[in-house]
Ligand binder design. Structure first.
Ligand code: NDP
Length: 253
């Protein structure tokens, strides 16, 4: 119960990687606010876990994020652990990319992290203990063809983490990004379905293609990501700051 009494907030905490992290933090004693746009799904999940608390919040809505996080902090205390995980991946070739697609991706994956971190950090003091974690991607470190907006947004997240770690250097607040390869979650289900449709292959084959893009040629499980998040939240990781941690079966260049 290392995090007993602490308030953690996980955006996109109702599915996939976010849910795995939220559950792991709650199991470690934290009171965890889980956010997303689908209020009903969040409420159903929270009904089964006394330390998960639903909060409907769209990370692209600046006022909604500020208001939601302020209310969550009033109910459960300062957001000492903030996991900016919400994100979308809508692959599209560069030529087909529209300004709307670009903006939607940036608004969710990059602006969403900025708005979430800023609102969460307003609830903690500059010298307080805290862990700010963003879920970037291997696409934050290398180029991913057919996903230029996604790649740019995830590179931006790592830039934000590096800048923040410098700005707050020396205190007890750390900033790190986790960069997964392909993880078995709803995003991958949707991408596999899209690849299957466009390339005329089965979804199983499309999933195999994605799994082989990981360096060890297998799909990751969400608990591999949540274990790293839990470690970053531990006292043992107090000197880990400003890092982009790859979890992709091997080194991604
Ligand atoms: P999911 O699709 O399961 O998770 C995405 C989550 O983000 C959902 O819970 C969704 O909730 C939430 N979300 C999306 N848009 C918004 C929004 N505008 N406002 C609030 N919440 C939003 O996939 P994953 O768990 O895989 O994705 C989690 C993160 O991990 C993403 O940032 C993704 O880019 C990253 N990632 C995933 C990889 C993978 O292979 N799975 C690999 C590398 C990185 P709701 O629909 O209720 O709003």
């Amino acid at each position: 119960m290392e995090h007993h009494g602490r308030h953690a907030l996980v955006t996109g905490g109702g599915t996939g990687i976010g849910l795995a992290i939220a559950t792991a933090l709650a199991d470690a004693g934290a009171e965890v606010t889980i956010t997303g746009r689908d209020a009903e799904r969040l409420e159903k999940i929270a009904a089964d876990h006394p330390r998960l608390h639903p909060l409907a919040m769209d990370v692209t809505d600046a006022e909604g994020v500020r208001d939601g996080i302020t209310r969550a902090a009033a109910a459960r205390g300062p957001v000492a652990i903030c996991v900016a995980n919400a994100g979308i991946a809508e692959p599209l070739s560069f030529r087909k990319q529209t300004p709307e697609h670009w903006r939607r991706t940036m608004a969710t994956n990059l602006d969403g992290v900025f708005l979430t971190f800023q609102a969460a950090m307003e609830t903690v003091g500059r010298e307080d203990w805290g862990r700010m974690i963003a879920i970037s991607s291997i696409a934050g470190l290398r180029g991913l063809k057919g996903a230029i907006a996604y790649t740019a947004s995830k590179h931006g997240v790592i830039g934000m983490i590096r800048g923040l770690s410098e700005e707050y250097m020396g205190g007890a607040l750390t900033f790190n990004a986790i960069c997964p390869g392909y993880v078995d979650t709803p995003i991958v289900d949707r991408n596999a379905a899209m690849i299957a449709e466009h390339q005329g292959v089965s979804e199983e084959e499309a999933r195999g293609y994605l799994a082989r893009a990981n360096r060890h040629k297998r799909m990751l499980e969400p608990d591999e990501i949540s274990a790293t998040a839990l470690w970053l939240c531990s006292d043992a990781a107090r000197s880990v700051n400003g890092q982009a941690i790859q979890i992709a079966g091997g080194h991604v260049t």
